[in-house]
Write a new protein. Structure first.
Length: 299
């Protein structure tokens, strides 16, 4: 059973989009995934996104996705919201993944905008509605036009918010004006999907974060959102500014690449990457060390 939530904060405030650990030969490392999940929840995460892009979902099989959700649920499902990424650019496939995640016991679904094929807004609406109709699980939309090629227009978000199971949006659009309007008019729980904008999005009504840097600074993210909610905006700003080198360093290149490098530096499960992702070059790893140290991360 998922931890307690409210309609306004359906998945908690601090979630990390977890990498998928692999063994040295590239196989799924379920033991490592359980250990990493426990570490992240112990650090203060309310939930974990499994099988998202940071989890290298384009290169994991449907069976591996199910095995991963099951393993993480066994490890931390009684104390964290386990949200399964099920988004693809094929509505039928997304429905299959959603039903498999529900059967496995996931607490919610993350559904990204269909990528590459660039459907119109009506196509997006029908896609998200079909996935939400397919299970009884709450759904978080994922709006990331830089990767998907098309945004979920604000009017479409408001229309989708009428669906009883579409309860949240992960915003990686990078447009605070549109976010402000959509938050005010949709009533969805808004989660920052861009770590550099975590604090700015709180200021216009977001309830929390779906973070990549949460792999290394969850306690600080927790302190920032708690300070903001408690009205201590100055403390929240101090934490945000302290973390700027971490935000910068973790996104100098592709996020899963830097995250797995950071986990290796901290002797945490991560392992290699599956092609087309590649390990950081030595000079990139050295720069990452500098960035993380500047943000107070202990290596």
């Amino acid at each position: 059973m998922a931890p307690t939530s409210t309609p306004q904060i359906p998945f908690g405030r601090v979630l990390t989009a977890m990498v998928t650990p692999f063994t040295a030969d590239g196989a799924l490392d379920l033991d490592g995934a359980q250990r990493l999940a426990a570490h992240l929840v112990d650090a203060g995460n309310d939930g974990l996104i499994i099988n998202g892009t940071t989890g290298e979902s384009p290169t994991t099989s449907d069976a591996e996705k199910t095995d991963l959700v099951r393993a993480v649920l066994e490890a931390v499902g009684d104390r964290a919201h386990i949200v399964a990424g099920v988004g693809t650019n094929d509505t039928r496939h997304s429905i299959e993944l959603a039903r498999a995640a529900e059967k496995t016991g996931a607490h919610g679904l993350l559904v990204v905008t269909p990528y590459y094929n660039k459907p119109p807004q009506e196509g997006l609406y029908r896609h998200f509605k079909a996935v939400a109709d397919a299970t009884e699980l709450p759904v978080m939309l994922y709006d990331i036009p830089g990767r998907s090629g098309v945004p979920i227009n604000t009017e479409t978000i408001v229309r989708l918010a009428e669906h009883p199971r579409i309860v949240a949006n992960k915003d990686a659009k990078g447009d605070l004006g549109r976010a402000s309007w959509a938050i005010a008019h949709s009533g969805l729980a808004w989660y920052s999907g861009d770590d550099m904008l975590n604090l700015p999005l709180l200021s216009v009504g977001a309830v929390g974060f779906v973070s990549v840097v949460g792999h290394v600074v969850t306690p600080e993210l927790r302190a920032m959102v708690d300070a903001y909610v408690d009205g201590d905006v100055h403390k929240a700003l101090e934490i945000h500014q302290k973390l700027l080198p971490v935000f910068t360093g973790m996104f100098r290149t592709q996020g899963v690449m830097t995250t797995k490098a950071a986990l290796t530096l901290q002797k945490l499960p991560g392992g290699p990457l599956r092609p087309p992702m590649v390990e950081l070059a030595p000079e990139e790893t050295e720069q990452l060390k500098i960035d993380l140290a500047a943000g107070g991360v202990q290596l």
